[in-house]
Design a protein around this ligand. Structure first.
Ligand code: NZQ
Ligand code: ZN
Length: 389
């Protein structure tokens, strides 16, 4: 196990009706906030009204900025930054999914600086301050509700890039599983695929003697594997959504990283798909991850076989562990199919004409590699994309 520091400061407020507490919790940090949300689901469900009732009751004023789209855009971030500066707003309250939360985090950084926040996404400097961010989560998926990350797309050049900073842990996140009841089936499937990916990125490591975290990751993977079909079959099953939502947060709050180095090539490669083709992040991962596995499995067949046996109930073939490992990948693909997701580029409407471009963009013109389990250069990324055709 590697040395590590672990601290996750996000207060999680979990359970039925907990959005009613948003005003009182927010009042502990700010009197005037930016209320940030997406394309309208929070209005249709009545959630936004309950949030503003709670803010009003606590004496918190707000300025609204809706319109965040999946794969959130830089131009709206700039609008939010402007509003925060103009009105002296003290906190960004995100009501929605990963896209809204990531946009809120970008605004929170931009609101306290003079230059363009996009510089951080280009790796030019790191944030030294940010407004506090708080969230009311409506979809278990990205894990942004207690992560250090934000991923934004710049329209010009279709560049989707992440920033990670401890400053971006939300101060609190409200997780009411009931809020997920209204999710479209496709978004449920994408959320499940994203959570599973966050676990697999961490699982496939070269660090040795990480047995405890292996077991934690396997338990969380099994939870998502089991609960995702349940919530699809019974969209108002509170018990199943509770397991799914809490597992989704734990999958990405960095606890399951401790003592190990995750891979993250599949995420980096998926961001190229989302950037150019605007596909849903989870749907992209269901295509990229199996292809990545086929490419890198030989690096540590025993680890892949262990995963296949413990998570996918494959019987161990001691003479041919690679057969066991491959069967694990086959069962993962079958699980995606059962959720209604495709596992090939063509299922996303993506042809083969821009594979070189994605491989070049993903590695900044072959000047950097992606992933840690195996470091992939431009040719490696291209090979993974070919395996996804
Ligand atoms: O915009 P509205 O109308 O709210 O609709 C949303 C959106 O269309 C809808 N939705 C959300 N909650 C709903 C609902 N519809 C009905 N009922 C509800 N309760 O779902 C759609 C997708 O929302 P989005 O926020 O895009 O989903 P998700 O949470 O999957 O976020 C995806 C984004 O997060 C990034 C991804 O790259 C992607 O851009 N990620 C962020 C990470 C982080 N910050 O740590 C890590 C992840 O790996 C990921 O990269
Ligand atoms: Zn993800």
């Amino acid at each position: 196990m590697d040395n590590f520091d672990f601290r996750n400061p996000t207060k999680i407020i979990f359970g039925r009706g907990t959005e009613a507490r948003v005003g009182a919790e927010t009042a502990g940090y700010a009197r005037k906030v930016l209320l940030h949300y997406g394309g309208g689901s929070v209005k249709a469900s009545g959630l936004l009204g309950r949030v503003t009732d709670s803010l009003r009751a606590a004496g918190v004023e707000w300025v609204e900025l809706g319109g965040v789209v999946p794969n959130p855009r830089l131009s709206l971030v700039h609008e939010g930054v402007q509003l925060c500066k103009q009105h002296g707003l003290e906190l960004v309250l995100a009501v929605g999914g990963g896209s809204v939360i990531d946009s809120a985090k970008a605004i929170a950084m931009g609101a306290v600086m003079d230059g363009d926040v996009w510089d951080y996404y280009l790796g030019k400097g790191s944030p030294t301050a940010a407004l506090p961010v708080a969230t009311v989560l409506t979809i278990p998926a990205a894990g942004s509700e207690s992560s250090t990350g934000t991923v934004i797309t710049k329209e010009e050049g279709l560049l989707k890039r992440p920033v990670n900073s401890d400053l971006l842990y939300p101060v609190f996140s409200i997780l009411n599983p009931e809020l997920a009841f209204t999710l479209p089936r496709f978004q449920v499937a994408c959320g499940a695929a994203d959570i599973m990916a966050h676990l697999m990125e961490r699982y496939f490591t070269n660090v040795q003697n990480v047995a405890f975290m292996d077991r934690m990751l396997e338990a969380t993977m099994k939870t998502i594997q089991e609960q995702a079909p349940l919530v699809l079959a019974r969209p108002t099953d509170y018990a199943a959504w509770s397991e799914f939502m809490w597992a989704g947060t734990i999958a990405h709050n960095n606890l399951l990283n401790t003592g190990r180095v995750g891979d993250w090539a599949s995420h980096d490669i998926e961001h190229e798909l989302s950037g150019i083709y605007d596909v849903a992040h989870g749907a992209g991962l269901a295509v990229v991850f199996p292809a990545w596995m086929k490419h890198v499995m030989g690096r540590d067949t025993a680890r892949f076989a262990q995963w296949a046996v413990r998570v996918w109930n494959v019987e161990m073939d001691y003479f041919h562990p690679e057969t066991t490992a491959r069967e694990g990948v086959r069962r993962l693909e079958a699980w995606y199919h059962g959720l209604g997701l495709g596992t090939r580029l063509i299922d996303l409407g993506i042809g083969t004409d821009r594979l070189d471009e994605m491989a070049a963009k993903g590695t900044d013109g072959n000047t950097r590699t992606v992933g840690n389990f195996i470091q992939l250069d431009q040719a490696g990324v291209r090979r993974v994309l070919e395996l996804a055709v």
